[in-house]
Each structure stands twice: as C-alpha cells, then as structure tokens.
Design a protein around this ligand. Structure first.
Ligand SMILES: Cc1cc2nc3c(=O)[nH]c(=O)nc-3n(C[C@H](O)[C@H](O)[C@H](O)COP(=O)(O)OP(=O)(O)OC[C@H]3O[C@@H](n4cnc5c(N)ncnc54)[C@H](O)[C@@H]3O)c2cc1C
Length: 474
C-alpha cells in the first residue's frame, strides 16, 4: 500500500457536490476535510429569508421527491401540487408543449424537418434545435432562449446544449397528463442520470432548498471549515500531494474539487494538465426577486420570454410553494443574463427593481401598484457556456482530470448544466469510481508485496524456492 493511506481526502467546496462527496467518502471509511471559501455552506443551493417573511433561493429551485429521499429530508418537505411552463409569444401565453403543438406554423416546419434527410448529426445548437424542432419553433423560441441564457450565438454553441431539454414531446405530454390526474407536479427535465417517471415529482423543503446541504453537513461533524478557500492544490509527478489553506500546506491523499473548472488550473501547482480549461467561461446572472402584493400573477409558474424583454424567464415560485411568501403576497423572479461589470450587473438593487417593474407592465397589469421592493442576487457562474470549441475538452472531463488523485465534480467542476439531482448522482458515481480504483490499487499492491515476499523467501531458502514438487524425498 502507498504511504499516504491515512491522509485525509480534501474536498474543495461545501455546495451539494462537495458535501455529497465528503459524506460518501466518510461512509466508505476515508477521512475527509471540507474547505469552503465562503463563510456559509450550500453555494448555489443556498436560501435567503428576509424580515418581511419572504424566502428565496439563488434563483428559484425545484427539486424532486427522489432527491429528498436520497438525502433523507422527505419529512421536511411539502408536496408541490402545481408546476407548469408557458412561453410568452406575440403577446400571448402558449403552454409548453401542448400550446406550441397547436400552432400550424410550428407543426408544418417540425414535420418538414422530420422528412428532410439531415447529413450527419448537427454539431452546433442552432443545427440541433432546427433539426429536432423545425426551423420555425427553433428560430422563434428555442434559439433566442438558449442565446439569452448562454450569452453566445447559437451557431457557436455545441449541439449538446440541447441534451438537458426534454425533446420527447410525447413523453412530456404523457407525464403532464399524469400530473393532472394525480394532482402532483411530476418532474420533467429535472434529472437525467435517473429515469423520468410518474413516481418522480416535485417536493420542496419547508425552509428552502438550503435544507438539503444543511442535513448532509450535519452528518459531517468537525469536517467542514468555512471561510477557508483552498489556495493551491500541490501536485508532484502527476499525483496530488497536498492543499494549501490559510497559507498552511496540508498533506492529502486526494482532492475532490467542486470549484469552477476554469479556476482549478490556477490553483494547481506542479502540473499544467488542466491549462486547457482556463479559457472556459460561465454565464453570470442577475436574479431580481420582486416582492408583490397579490398571488398567481403569472399565467404559470415559469414563463419563458424568448424576445422583447431584458429577462428571459419569470418564475412565480409561490404558485408551487405558497409558503415562501406571506399569504396575500408573492414573489416574481426575473432572470437576467449578464456579464460581470455590464449595465445590469452594476445597476444598484433599487434601480434594478424599478427597471424590471417598468418592463413587466405588459405581463402583469398594474404591477407598479403591487410592487413592494426587491431582493437581488448576482452570481458570476450561473450557467456553463457550452461553446462548440470546448466540446472535446468538456467531454474529456467526464473521464478524469489527467492528474492522479484530483477529481473535479459538481455543476462547475464537470462544466455541465446539471441540476441538483444530477449533481447528486454523478458525484456519487464519480466518488465510487475513485474508491473502486483505490481498492483495485490496494489489491494490486498486496499481490505485488506477496509476490515480492515469495521471491524473497525463494532467494533466502532454496529448498522452499524449488517448491514442494522438488522437496527431497525422505
Ligand atoms: C439560476 C439557477 C437556477 C437553478 N435552478 C435549479 C432548480 O430549479 N433545481 C435544481 O435542482 N437545480 C437548480 N440549479 C442548479 C443548482 O443550484 C446546482 O446544480 C447546484 O447547487 C450546484 O452545486 P455544486 O456543489 O456543484 O456547486 P456550488 O453550489 O457552486 O458549490 C461550489 C462551492 O465551492 C466553493 N469554492 C469555490 N472555490 C473554492 C476554493 N478555492 N476553496 C474552497 N471552496 C471553494 C464555492 O464557494 C461554493 O460554495 C439552478 C442554478 C442556477 C444558477
């Protein structure tokens, strides 16, 4: 066995990925230490509560009963009865997918796309959406939305950006019909690592999505250090040796990083294997939560706005989780794709609230009279931008970082548009693969030791060396 077997595994980040990785390692007998840069845990899976009785996440979060059960928080969750999405098109609301399917121009162009024979698989998002949905629906709805959330032209984005969008309209319609029949918000498109079925539906923790991380963290007593950014991951001969935290070098057996993949190469000392990821970029987001008088102000829980507005999505989470605001009030979240330092990023919070209200009059009549103030959250790393030119390097990450003992997991570590349940399952899978590799390595080391001992014995004792076959006969 190698000499570093008793050293801890360092986990970089206490979002859901880091916490799940730490717990799984601990359950398998590995000592772990979790270092979190921020003063609080949960990362993007955090929740805020304000003094006026409003609760909001880092962007509205919807989770499934399957994730809640896996983490052991089902008892703290309430059932979500209602979830639906509409698209705001030409001044009207159109249901997804039924309403879109009733539009003759979309049907005609989708049928045309089906019968025309494409040459090979499209490599860009523009090609993929036009092939899957037809030109009319792609150009009017899908591509403007994908460009708004990515901040890049659809013909520069990889076709795989569409992998996380349900393309089987028949399956989506079936699940939506079952949702109506069962009065449950059956989950569509919230997890890809496990099957989408009628028994997977939305629930939500009474006290916000942060409950998920808090409950995992409780099972890691004395393991998590907040306000402790990992400053460096030290590598020798292609193998992780230590991390530096608070200027102290801590020897480690391995590192599980959940940091953005474009940051990790800047932390690694002693290897340039990850340098190709320095150029990867994420789409920042300005999330404006408008506090409003009234309830059910949007036509559905989520409203997509392909064009004509500074925000591409509106979410009224209280339609799904009524307990997130006082009874006669609601919160509408406006998602604005941004760049760090641009006009939306730098606008002060009150001005952003006013700006959103100004643009919402056409969607929520009388919104100004209802407006009570806003809460703004900014994140520089909301969405990985799937540029086509990253694709080969992005896919390579699924296998390994190329550095022994360095795993990169989680939404930003995998550079994958994963929601929480996918982060959960893919992180567990990655950790299990690492554990299996360790065990295989240990077995090989034991076999090698036994072989070496046998050779040593053979050399020391020529009688044994020749084996029982050749034992001198009595
Ligand atoms: C707008 C928006 C809406 C979303 N909606 C949903 C939804 O409805 N449902 C859903 O399931 N998911 C949703 N998600 C996705 C979900 O939030 C993420 O998949 C999940 O929270 C990612 O967890 P993570 O642990 O991978 O990353 P993070 O939560 O980002 O955790 C990474 C942690 O690493 C820390 N860190 C970084 N660098 C260092 C360092 N050098 N040293 C130490 N610590 C470091 C960070 O501070 C952070 O706490 C949404 C995301 C966004 C942005």
């Amino acid at each position: 066995m190698s000499t570093n077997d008793d050293l801890p595994v360092a986990v970089l980040g206490a979002g859901i990925a880091g916490l799940v990785a730490a717990l799984e390692l601990q359950r398998n007998g590995y000592p772990v230490r979790v270092f979190e840069a921020a003063p609080v845990i949960a990362g993007l899976g955090g929740t805020h509560h304000d003094d006026d009785g409003f609760t909001y996440d880092m962007g509205a979060h919807f989770i499934t009963n399957r994730l809640a059960a896996a983490i052991g928080v089902s008892g703290e969750c309430r059932l979500v009865h209602r979830y639906g999405e509409t698209v705001h098109l030409d001044g009207r609301y159109v249901d997804y997918p039924n309403g879109l399917l009733k539009q003759p121009r979309f049907v005609a162009s989708a049928l045309k796309a089906r019968v025309s024979t494409p040459e090979g698989d499209p490599t860009t998002a523009a090609g993929r959406f036009r092939r899957d949905y037809g030109t009319a629906l792609a150009d009017t709805v899908a591509l403007p939305l994908v460009e708004a959330w990515s901040g890049a032209p659809a013909d520069e984005l990889a076709a795989s950006v569409a992998d996380k969008i349900p393309t089987s309209i028949a399956h989506t319609m079936l699940l939506n019909a079952l949702a109506r029949a069962t009065n449950r918000a059956i989950s569509v498109g919230y997890c890809w690592a496990q099957p989408m079925t009628a028994s997977v539906f939305h629930v939500y923790p009474e006290h916000g999505v942060a409950t998920l991380c808090e409950r995992i963290a409780e099972q890691l007593p004395g393991v998590i250090q907040v306000s402790s950014p990992v400053q460096a991951v030290i590598v020798h001969d292609g193998q992780v040796q230590a991390v530096r935290v608070h200027d102290e070098e801590i020897p480690v057996r391995a590192v599980v990083s959940t940091a953005p993949i474009n940051v990790l190469p800047r932390l690694v000392e002693g290897s340039d294997r990850l340098d190709r990821y320095r150029r990867f970029r994420y789409r920042p987001m300005v999330l404006v939560n408008l506090k409003l008088r009234g309830r059910n102000l949007l036509s559905d829980v989520v409203v997509w706005l392909p064009t004509g507005f500074p925000f591409f999505r509106l979410t009224e989470a209280t339609q799904s989780m009524p307990w997130l605001a006082p009874e006669d009030k609601t919160m509408v979240l406006c998602d604005i794709g941004a760049e760090v330092g641009d006009e939306h990023w730098t606008m002060d919070d009150d001005a952003l609230g006013e700006y959103c209200v100004d643009h919402l009059e056409g969607i929520i009549p009388g919104v100004r009279e209802r407006y009570l103030g806003c809460r703004v959250v900014r994140t520089p790393i909301a969405y990985p931008v799937y540029l086509a030119e990253y694709e080969e390097d992005r896919l390579a990450l699924k296998e390994s970082t190329g550095i022994d003992g360095l795993l990169s997991v989680g939404r930003h570590g995998e550079f994958s548009h994963n929601l929480m349940e996918d982060v959960y399952w893919t992180t567990i899978d990655r950790v299990h693969r690492w554990i299996a590799d360790q065990k295989a390595g240990e077995l090989l080391a034991i076999e090698a030791e036994e072989r070496a001992a046998a050779v040593g014995d053979d050399e020391a004792n020529p009688v044994v060396a020749s084996g029982t076959r050749d034992m001198p006969r009595a």
